[in-house]
Design a protein around this ligand. Sequence first.
Ligand SMILES: NC(=O)c1ccc[n+]([C@@H]2O[C@H](COP(=O)([O-])OP(=O)(O)OC[C@H]3O[C@@H](n4cnc5c(N)ncnc54)[C@H](O)[C@@H]3O)[C@@H](O)[C@H]2O)c1
Length: 386
Amino acid sequence: MSDIPTIALVGVGGFGRQHLINIERLASQGRVRLAALVTGSGVAPLRGQVDPAVTTMAEAVPVYPTLDDYLAAGDPATVVVISTPIHTHTDLATKALRAGAHVLLEKPPTPGMADFTFLEEVVAQTGRIVQVGFQSFGSHALPRLAGLLASGALGELSGVGAVGTWSRAASYFTRSGWAGKREIDGIPVVDGVVTNPLAHAVATALEVAGATRSGDVAEVVLDQYRANPIDCDDTSAVLVRTAAGIRVSLGLALTAPRQSPPRVIAYGTRGTATLHYVSDALEVRIGGRTTTEQFGRTNLTENLLDHLADPSIGLLCPLAATGAFTTVLEAVHTAPDPRPVAADQVSWTRRDGDTWAVVERVEEYCERVAAEGRTFADLGAPWVTR
Ligand SMILES: NC(=O)c1ccc[n+]([C@@H]2O[C@H](COP(=O)([O-])OP(=O)(O)OC[C@H]3O[C@@H](n4cnc5c(N)ncnc54)[C@H](O)[C@@H]3O)[C@@H](O)[C@H]2O)c1
């Protein structure tokens, strides 16, 4: 018909809506054509799942219940965007790649290292591309921060921290059958704070520390708790040592009294740089003087399309660049169950018809994990149970 690349979106509910809005934006610029939607079997058709703003475009394309049905129709899209539950990623991405499509795969790419290695093999066999949806990897603040570190402006990098203190209601964990699960019927899901909602903090902190490939991580120490009635962690300290000897310390929680913007901090011997990876602001503090710079970001689907049109344009988050993150995920996947937060350290607040777990002083301890490179247990956090 035309040589405009085509896109099929798999998983249109939940975060898939954001992909649909983005695809509409790219379509309005003549960059892509939406070829198909795949909703998942047993899912009611489109209406109600798709934003009214993009319903017209979405309703003009064929809708399939499963990726198999779509691929059986022949002639797959140039790019298949996969925005489905974590435990479906490996299977769906493999099918799309083997059918000849490139893939934009939501994070976390796979629920374990075995699946990750398998998917890397499929990428190599098919010669197709998987770009992973860690959108902070498109932030223009990252090259600026890398430049500051390389120039020595911050002195020597002594460590990287991340603080993510979010607040999630009980309904967040009941919105889907897979939410908060470690596995379903023996299949890994690994949907805890470290590996899903604040996975961006983990992947971005590792990237700032120069660790992207699986071999870039030497050691992972976990200290994980849960206040909500879920299988996975919602309050975690993670300490990573990279192969180059950099310490990465993460204090992450969904149990804070309020939602704060998450941040990644590069600690240098002369100064610090704090990356607000949601808003792309970079705060640099050297010798008591703080400057803040605001950056933009490149959209990852757009970057994949640009790379396909001109391979000299580098991919911002290829599958291989999420190997270090997946090494942390694998440690979480194989770790013992998270321990319950001591009951007298959790308060339950009610607002907006929902219930919210708040762990005592969790913001303070997440800050300290990042700054001091110690776990909650080492810091003597009041909720630590043995
Ligand atoms: N990059 C980000 O900032 C970001 C934010 C939120 C979620 N996510 C990721 O997006 C993915 C989806 O998360 P969510 O919160 O939207 O989940 P969700 O459960 O709310 O929605 C998933 C959607 O996929 C559909 N689906 C399920 N199985 C399917 C299948 N086999 N084929 C086609 N469709 C299927 C469901 O019907 C549903 O509409 C996850 O990997 C999640 O981590 C990324």
